[in-house]
Design a protein around this ligand. Structure first.
Ligand code: AMP
Ligand code: MG
Length: 310
C-alpha cells in the first residue's frame, strides 16, 4: 500500500490539538483521539453516542511505548511476539503513574490495548507522542465501519478528518483476551481462539456472557444494521434479503453472498459491508443461511447473533 505522508501529517496535526480523526486498521476503522487527553476522549464518546461506562481501546505502536502505561507478563509477551501487530486486544493492569485519561478508562484500573497492523496507522502511531484511544468508528451499537466511505456515511462532517486506508483486510473487530490471571477471552474476534490457545498451550476460559457485561462488546444488541435479522434460515419470507456464505444458483436479486467459494476469511471481510448494502437497498429484514461454526465462522456467528437481538 502506498502511504501518503501528507495525509498522515494532517491527521497528526489534528490529533495533537485533541481533535478526533478516523483511522484505518486491519480489523475495522477506528475513531481516534489522544488517549492522554480528557478533551479528546470526551469527544470520542460524544461523537459515537457511546455510554460513558464503556471504556475505550488504546492503540500503541509497540510494547516499548506500552511500558509507560501498563504492566504485562510473560503470557502477554508470548502472544505479543507471535501476533502483534495484529487483531488481538489485551486487558492489562494500568501503572499507577500512567497518563491515560480517566475518561478513556471510566476510572478502571485496567486498560484494553492493541497494536494495529495497518501500515498507515502504524506510520501515524510512530509519529505521535501519545497512544490513540480508538474504539470502532461507528455510532454506538451499530455496525462497524470497514471502509472510509462507511465512516463518512455514519458521521458526515462531524468528524474533522478521515485517514483513508482502503477496505479493512480482516473486517471483524479484534479478539479480546485477559491474561492477568487465568487466560480469559472476553470477545471473539479476528484472531481465532484455537490459535491463541495453541500458542499459550493453556486452556482459555470463555467469559462472553452478555448477562454479565464486563466488556460491553459483549452486550446484547450490537453490530446492528438497524433491521431485524433471523438466523439459520432455510426458507425465506417474501421480501427478505437472504444472506449466504457461498454463491448459490440460480442467483436472485435478494440473494447476497459473503464469499464466492465459501471461504470464511473472505466472508468475515465482507460481512459488515454486505449488511450495509442490504440496508441501503431498503430491505426491511434479513434472513441468514447457516454459517459453519468453525474458524472465523465463530466470530461471524457471534456478531450475527448479537445483531439479531433487534
Ligand atoms: P470497540 O469500542 O468497538 O473498539 O470495542 C472495544 C471493546 O473493548 C469494548 O467492548 C469495550 O468494552 C472493551 N474494553 C475496553 N476497555 C476494557 C477493559 N478495561 N476491560 C474490559 N473490556 C474493555
Ligand atoms: Mg465497536
Amino acid at each position: 500500500m502506498k502511504i501518503n505522508l501528507a495525509n498522515i501529517k494532517k491527521a497528526q496535526k489534528l490529533l495533537n490539538k485533541s481533535e478526533c480523526v478516523a483511522i484505518p486498521t486491519e480489523t475495522v476503522y477506528g475513531l481516534a483521539g489522544n488517549a492522554y487527553s480528557d478533551v479528546a476522549c470526551k469527544k470520542i464518546f460524544r461523537l459515537k453516542k457511546r455510554p460513558r461506562n464503556n471504556p475505550l481501546i488504546v492503540h500503541y505502536y509497540n510494547n516499548l511505548d506500552l511500558k509507560k502505561d501498563c504492566n504485562f507478563n510473560n503470557k502477554f509477551l508470548k502472544l505479543y511476539e507471535k501476533f502483534c501487530p495484529g487483531p488481538i486486544t489485551f486487558i492489562l493492569d494500568l501503572k499507577r503513574n500512567s497518563k491515560i485519561s480517566k475518561i478513556a478508562t471510566n476510572k478502571k484500573k485496567t486498560l484494553a490495548v492493541r497494536f494495529p497492523k495497518h501500515p498507515v496507522t502504524r506510520n501515524l502511531l510512530r509519529s505521535l507522542k501519545f497512544p490513540l484511544a480508538a474504539p470502532s468508528a461507528n455510532i454506538s451499537s451499530k455496525i462497524s465501519a470497514v471502509h472510509s466511505t462507511d465512516v463518512k456515511e455514519d458521521f458526515g462532517k462531524k468528524i474533522k478528518y478521515i485517514l483513508k486506508g482502503g477496505k479493512s483486510s480482516i473486517g471483524l473487530e479484534s479478539t479480546i483476551v485477559d491474561l492477568r490471571n487465568k487466560p480469559k477471552i472476553l470477545r471473539l474476534g479476528g484472531l481465532e481462539l484455537s490459535i491463541i490457545r495453541k500458542t499459550l498451550n493453556k486452556k482459555i476460559v470463555k467469559s462472553i456472557n452478555p448477562s454479565k457485561v464486563s466488556s460491553p462488546g459483549q452486550s446484547k444488541l450490537h453490530y446492528s444494521p438497524g433491521i431485524p435479522i433471523r438466523l439459520n434460515v432455510k426458507k425465506i419470507k417474501d421480501g427478505e434479503a437472504y444472506l449466504m456464505l457461498k454463491k448459490k444458483k440460480p442467483n436472485k436479486v435478494n440473494y447476497f453472498f459473503l464469499s464466492n467459494k465459501g471461504n470464511l476469511n473472505e466472508a468475515a471481510k465482507n460481512l459488515y459491508s454486505t449488511l450495509r448494502k442490504i440496508k441501503k437497498n431498503n430491505y426491511k429484514s434479513i434472513a441468514v443461511d447457516k454459517i459453519p461454526n468453525k474458524g472465523l465462522g465463530k466470530t461471524i456467528n457471534d456478531r450475527l447473533l448479537r445483531a439479531s437481538k433487534f
